[in-house]
Structures are given as C-alpha cells and as structure tokens.
Design a protein around this ligand. Structure first.
Ligand code: PMP
Length: 387
C-alpha cells in the first residue's frame, strides 16, 4: 500500500541534503566550537556559517540567531526571557497574546499569569486577530506581545505587521515575539516586514531534523539586554543559551534552509496548485466544511466532518495508508486556554469532528485525489456520533 503523508505540520521527512549535512558534520566537524584548537575552530566556523544561512532564510540581515532545541524552547526563551529581563527594571507586567497559540506559548504564559503577570488574550475568531481588542489593550504597561504567524490547526495567516504597528504606536515599552514555526520558508518572515523583535522557527517543519530550532533576536533587544537567559552555564549562543552547540543539527537545519530558499518559488507555486485542487475536491463533498480564514497559507487545511469523530476518520484513512491529524484532541490535552479550533469559533462537538490536512512540496495532486476518495468512503461507512 502506498503511504500518503498529509501531516507535514506535525513534522516533515528530513531531506536527503539535510541528512547528508548532519552525517558529514558528525563525522568530519565533530569538534566543540568552544575549543581553541583547529578541530574546535572548524566546528565554530560551520556553526557560524549555519547561523548566517538560517538567519538569511528568515529574511533577517542583522540581529542574532540563537540555536535552541526546537520551537518549544525558542518560545520559552522568548517569553520567560523577556518577562525576567523586564522584572529587573520593575516595569509593566502586561503581556498580550492571541487565542489559540501553540501550547509552547500558551503554557509559559499561563505560568507567568500564575506568577503575577497580567496576560490578555486577543480573540482570533474566523482566523483574524481582533484589532479592536488589541488597540484597547495596548498601553505603557505592556512589555510583550506574542502572536503566531500561522495557526498550526487552521492555517490562518495573521497580520503580524499591523499588530506590531499598533503596538509601536500605543505600547512604547513592548516588543513583539512571533512564533513563525508554521510559516517559515512558506510565507514572509522577515523581521522588518513583520515588525518583530523575536522570531521562533523550528527545523523539523521544513525538512530539517527534530530537536533543533532557533530564536532570532533583534539588535535592539540584544543591546538593551532585553532577554534574560534561563539556561545558564558556559555562555554559548551569545550568553542566551548555554550548552555545547548541536553543530550537526545546525548544519542540517542550514542545508534544509538552503534548499527551501533555492526552491522557494517552485515549491510555493506547487503548493498553491495543490491548494486549489484540494479546495475544489472538498467542495464536491457537501457534507464536510473547510474552516478557512480570509487569509490562509496554502498548506494547512482544517476540515469538519458531519458527526464523525476525527479520530475515527483518522484511523479509517490510516488503514488506507493516508496520514492526517486530529489536532484538536492532542492539543487540548491539559490546556489552560482555548484550543485553536475553539478560538476560530468551532463548538466542542465540531472540534471533535475536525481533521487537519497539511501538505508539503513533496505531495502530488494524486495524493489529494486519494484523500477525497478516502473521505467519501469514510463518510459512507463510519458510524456517526449520537446526538
Ligand atoms: N509552534 C508551533 C506553531 C508549532 O506548530 C510547533 C510544533 N508543533 C511548535 C511551536 C513547537 O516546535 P518544536 O516541535 O520544534 O518544539
């Protein structure tokens, strides 16, 4: 049976090039970048080159890129790092965020709320940040605004630039953190365009290995010591993240970025064609509904089924070799705030019946035909939930 993988927002396969870069670095450039001899220097050089490449892929020309163990750690560093830096100066304690953030933003903010910070969550109904609520909440007490670029469940592409412009106008003490994990290399992530001071990315969503990601830090935040590290030790990564650097993973992430930048136009054109094809296939299945924001990325689709539990459909499709995700169930586990689907406006029952399909440039129109056929067969044969 052919495997049809449609869960690229969970993770992507590692590209051959990235894997080769990982192996080469492990074998040939195994030194500790902090060592002063030639073997250490070679590792340091490869790390520096990788950092420059990833920073370039992000669209940044300045600032520092701090390698972390992934998107989760980068988000934690941004949020706790900013809150603790500001604590030193005893300034405001308000943090703004959006409804339906990834758990690696939502949970640190819940912890900060418990520690006495005032966390205000802006509604994102229909996949759009409520700018009236944002305008009303901005003031000189706000020290941080944290908003994702692309929602990992719905594919909604948020207008970070206008949130940043609003922040700069009304909240002079604040900086903007953007979790760009699901948008990196597939939509604009340049700090200048987004108006962001901190940006999170992760390698395993773009054909790199798991366990590495990065936080881009603006020159102003660096200069003002606006971020306090919480991993203390040897002072690596500009003092912001101690620990011997994972040079092979950084080199592999850089290679995935090189490929992503080189093939960006072709990949995006392909993804847009797949998007059009999938939307027209879904339109031909009247029982289902696609939860689409007015501005969306072309690679993430949230699909609500008529009274069939997402997990039931997931297993049915899986038995046909098709992998999709039932995002709402796993992200709702132990959550404090609204799940992304509830934030979008779905009821609990609808969210329970919603699957996520996420594509990459490696998918084909045939994969989507097989998905549509699988959905039809599932709708015909699966037992419906009782009212
Ligand atoms: N943010 C978002 C929006 C994500 O989708 C994910 C991964 N699911 C993360 C952060 C966490 O990234 P990582 O798996 O690299 O820790």
């Amino acid at each position: 049976m052919k495997t049809i993988y449609l869960d690229h927002s969970a993770t992507t396969p590692v590209s051959e090039g990235a894997l080769a870069a990982y192996c080469d670095a492990s074998r040939l450039t195994f030194g500790n970048p902090s060592s002063l001899h030639a073997v250490g220097k070679a590792a340091e050089d490869l790390l520096t080159e990788s950092r420059t490449t990833v920073r370039g892929a992000l669209g940044a020309t300045d600032g520092t890129l701090v390698f972390t163990s992934g998107g989760t750690e980068a988000n934690n560093l941004a949020l706790f790092g900013r809150a603790y830096a500001k604590e030193r100066y005893r300034t405001g304690k308000t943090i703004l965020t959006t409804a339906g953030e990834h758990a690696s933003v939502e949970r640190p903010l819940a912890a900060l709320a418990t520690a006495g910070y005032r966390v205000i969550t802006l509604p994102t109904r229909g996949g759009v940040i409520d700018m009236e609520a944002a305008t009303a909440a901005m003031n000189e007490q706000v020290i941080l605004v944290s908003a994702m670029l692309v929602n990992n469940e719905t594919g909604a592409l948020y207008n970070i630039a206008s949130l940043s412009a609003c922040m700069k106008r009304l909240a002079p003490e604040a900086i903007l953190h953007c979790d760009a994990t699901q948008g990196f290399l597939r939509t604009e992530t340049s700090p200048r365009r987004l108006g962001a001071d901190l940006i999170t990315v992760s390698a395993h969503k773009i054909g790199g290995p798991k366990g590495i990601g990065a936080l881009w830090v603006s020159p102003a935040v660096l200069k003002n010591r606006g971020l306090t590290p919480y991993l203390l030790g040897g002072g690596q990564e500009s003092g912001l993240r101690s620990g011997t650097e994972n040079v092979p993973a950084a080199a592999a992430m850089a290679e995935a970025c090189r490929e992503g930048v080189r093939d960006r136009a072709a990949r995006m054109e392909h993804l847009r064609a797949l998007e059009e094809h999938l939307l027209s296939l879904l339109q031909q299945i009247p029982q289902i509904r696609c939860n689409r924001a007015p501005v969306s990325v072309p690679h993430i689709f949230s699909i609500t089924l008529p009274d069939i539990k997402s997990e039931t459909m997931l297993h049915f499709l899986s038995s046909r070799g098709i992998s999709v995700s039932s995002g709402s169930a796993c992200s709702s586990h132990g959550r404090h705030g609204a799940t992304p689907l509830a934030a979008f406006g779905l009821s609990d029952r609808e969210a329970d019946c919603t699957i996520r399909v996420s594509l990459s440039h490696t998918n084909t129109a045939g994969d989507l035909d097989a998905l549509a056929e699988g959905l039809r067969a599932g709708l015909d044969s699966l037992v419906r939930m009782r009212p």
